[in-house]
Design a protein around this ligand. Structure first.
Ligand code: PLP
Length: 395
């Protein structure tokens, strides 16, 4: 008898379950914010990328609603055919102004921005050097481009230098790709050294500011501003879906780069333009980021308050090094991290366990928001009392 060609799917799921790698969704009700209704229970939310608390902001909602009323719900086509609106251009001008670049282009998501940009700027004759901990969209963009991809150990510029010395001359173009804030770790890329190496070996550099934009830098422009690298020539991408509380992605850079992407990035050319509602919300968010630096200041006060409490009261936790609102606590196994997540959940805290294959080691990922109150952070630290519950926290 012939074997059912789909039988492997169930077997594969069983394996995923056995490794404690199985994932499923949980329903959130009501507006996003520092506290949310999760499957009917009110929880303090440390699971959101909405760092500035903008996704539920009434000004964003008003801007989005007004745009939908004026322009409708859908963009109806690709930007190059029938989908382009003045609103899209306004958003691109606002992004370029925030980033202090000549121009910017918006994509329908950050994932599409990375895939489209990487496949547009390199091909079979080229080399990509990629940080081992890069986001999935960078890794898959690299694979899709057909270039030779070499990973370097996380933030290891010495190995990167060796790889460049040995490999650079064998390829036409070279692209270095990196997260700015590593999304599942919370540390920063060594940007000044990466820029220096890129210059020395005539490489392009693409930096993914998904978790940097709105959060880092004096004006919220991101990690590039944080390191004083504004104005240098490279490819900056990011998302409208994290601190900016909307949906979509962007690339900012020189006018020629952006013009080239409009002609060569398949995930921009062959997909429907960003919806009017999302576009207007992102535009409103950039305005808020630029006009209300106090939101960013409060976010960092919250981050530092949490770090101080953890050092004082939870010295045994294995905290990963972080320079962002993302704080991770490591656990020896996926099962242990899941157990910790459930323990937090029963204490009214929403902070997910992140497991392989997303990350090499299992962890609880905490992301701090501007709108967290002192008492939210205290409750989190109270609930992180794994020692008393017999958890193994030492690696
Ligand atoms: C979330 C994320 C993306 C993808 O952005 P979306 O707009 O959600 O598709 C890309 N890179 C990094 C580092 C991210 O964290």
């Amino acid at each position: 008898m012939l074997r059912n060609p789909y039988a492997w799917i169930e077997e594969s799921l069983t394996t995923i379950h056995r490794a404690d790698w199985y994932r499923s969704v949980q329903t959130i009700h009501g507006l996003p914010g520092a506290t949310v209704l999760l499957e009917g229970q009110e929880v303090i939310n440390f699971a959101s990328n909405d760092y500035l608390g903008l996704a539920g902001d009434e000004r964003m909602i008003a801007a989005s609603t007004a745009a939908i009323q004026e322009f409708g719900t859908g963009s109806t086509g690709s930007r190059l055919l029938s989908g382009h609106r003045e609103l899209h251009r306004d958003l691109e001008v606002a992004i370029a102004s925030l980033k202090q670049t000549e121009d910017a282009v918006v994509f329908s998501s950050g994932y599409l921005a990375n895939i489209g940009t990487i496949t547009a700027v390199v091909g079979k004759r080229d080399l990509i050097l990629s940080d081992q901990y890069n986001h999935s969209s960078l890794k898959n963009g690299a694979i899709l481009s057909g270039a030779t991809v070499i990973e370097y150990p996380h933030c290891d510029v010495t190995t990167l230098l060796t790889q460049l010395s040995q490999q650079r001359q064998n390829y036409r173009r070279c692209l270095i790709i990196t997260d700015s804030v590593f999304s599942m770790d919370g540390d920063l890329c060594p940007l000044p050294t990466l820029l220096q190496l890129a210059e020395e070996f005539s490489c392009m550099l693409l930096i993914d500011e998904a978790h940097g934009t709105g959060v880092l830098g004096k004006t919220g422009a991101g990690c590039v501003e944080h390191f004083g690298c504004t104005g240098k020539q490279f490819i900056q991408m990011g998302t409208l879906s994290k601190a900016l509380g909307s949906l979509g992605g962007y690339v900012a850079g020189s006018a020629t780069l952006i013009d080239f992407l409009r002609n060569r990035a398949p995930s921009w050319i062959y997909t429907t333009a960003l919806s009017p509602g999302d576009t207007a919300a992102a535009l409103a968010a950039i305005n808020i980021v630029q006009c209300e630096p106090q939101r960013r200041a409060q976010l960092w006060r919250n981050v530092n308050y949490l770090k101080d409490l953890l050092v004082q009261h939870r010295p045994n936790l294995q905290l990963l090094q972080s320079e962002s609102p993302i704080l991770c606590i490591q656990f020896p196994s996926a099962a242990e991290a899941l157990k910790a997540g459930k323990h937090l959940r029963s204490a009214g805290i929403f902070a997910p366990a992140i497991r392989p294959p997303t990350v090499p080691t299992s962890r609880i990922r905490i992301s701090v928001m501007t709108t967290h109150e002192g008492v939210h952070i205290q409750k989190l630290v109270d609930a992180l009392n794994f020692e008393s519950t017999g958890f193994a926290v030492q690696l």
